[in-house]
Design a protein around this ligand. Structure first.
Ligand SMILES: NC(=O)c1ccc[n+]([C@@H]2O[C@H](COP(=O)([O-])OP(=O)(O)OC[C@H]3O[C@@H](n4cnc5c(N)ncnc54)[C@H](OP(=O)(O)O)[C@@H]3O)[C@@H](O)[C@H]2O)c1
Length: 280
């Protein structure tokens, strides 16, 4: 069974490439495959893979506010085109969504069928991708996730680990709560869902929940840097960003856990990732 992995160089793409090592895997990266250019999707008909794992996306959340057309072309219409191609050859499309499609005002975890209320340009582009994926009629596994991190790539864990070594104090927002997600755990769990025949929309993150402040404190503590770097809590108002981030974006994992069992807490995944950080 051939798997086509799109964007093996991204944070999640690399986790899939490593997890699928030794299997029948073909990788394709930008610009050889560009979700904006339909002609570059011809490799799908040529290869006829049983499944396509799409790790390509426009992921600059703040940048999307001034580049919404580009974000929509990639995360929205591009995903729709990809899904059409998969439907035409009968391939299963695995695609990733975001917690940002919800309103972020809740106080209980968002179930998979909670109403979408995207709050910014990136979230709107991802919501359009979800809709076009479902409307395409392609067999699919759509996995919403949140707060991705890995030993590699650009992510919060690596940023805090780097800054805690060179700054005496870090300010981190404490009024936004969510669920961190190890990219490697996400890749393994997605493949386990596929193996169990899961289709439709699922949520996958690490277990437990925290604020960005809690998460930063745990990173600094695990690295043994508490004596040299103090983490201070601040509000979102003190740390303004072009896109307003959700105050509460905890994804409900019950549908996934019903199939696969309990998901380990973020603290254990974090410890494992911190032990293997790429050079900062
Ligand atoms: N990161 C998070 O916290 C987070 C949270 C929730 C959901 N997600 C979702 O999880 C998935 C993986 O995210 P990630 O953080 O691994 O992303 P990432 O590291 O930014 O990787 C995205 C990849 O997409 C490629 N790409 C960009 N434009 C493209 C285009 N037009 N055509 C084809 N490929 C293109 C990029 O290539 P270049 O590097 O060459 O530009 C890069 O390899 C995405 O669907 C994202 O929306 C992420």
């Amino acid at each position: 069974m051939t798997t086509l992995l799109i964007s093996p160089d991204g944070m999640l793409g690399r986790a899939f490439e490593e997890t699928l090592r030794g299997e029948q895997l073909v990788t394709v990266r930008f610009p050889e495959l560009d979700l904006r250019r339909p002609e570059t999707l011809a490799c799908i008909e040529a290869l006829r893979p049983a499944r396509v794992i799409n790790c390509a996306a426009y992921t600059d959340v703040d940048g999307a506010e001034s580049n919404e057309a580009l974000a929509t072309e990639i995360n929205g219409d591009g995903v729709g085109r990809l899904a059409e191609r998969c439907r035409a050859i009968g391939a299963t499309l695995v695609h990733f969504g975001t917690d940002y499609v919800f309103d972020g005002q809740g106080s209980a975890p968002y179930p998979v069928d909670a109403p979408l209320a995207p709050q910014g340009a990136y979230a709107r582009s991802k919501a359009r991708g979800e809709r076009l994926l479902v409307e395409s009629g392609a067999e699919h596994l759509h996995v919403r996730t949140s707060w991705l991190y890995a030993p590699w790539g650009k992510n919060f864990v690596r940023t805090i680990a780097r800054n805690a070594r060179i700054r005496p104090e870090l300010k981190v927002v404490s009024d936004q709560r969510g669920r961190p997600t190890s990219s490697e755990h996400l890749a393994r769990t997605t493949l386990a869902l596929l193996d169990r025949g899961a289709r439709g929309t699922f949520h996958v993150s690490d277990g437990g929940e925290c604020s960005w402040f809690d998460f930063a404190c745990a990173i600094v503590r695990e690295l043994g840097l508490e004596a040299q770097c103090t983490v201070r809590a601040c509000t979102s108002e003190e740390w303004p960003t072009p896109t307003k981030r959700p105050a509460y974006s905890v994804l409900d994992l019950s549908k996934t856990e019903a199939l696969l069992g309990p998901i380990p807490p973020w603290s254990s995944h974090l410890r494992d990732v911190l032990a293997r950080l790429d050079p900062l």
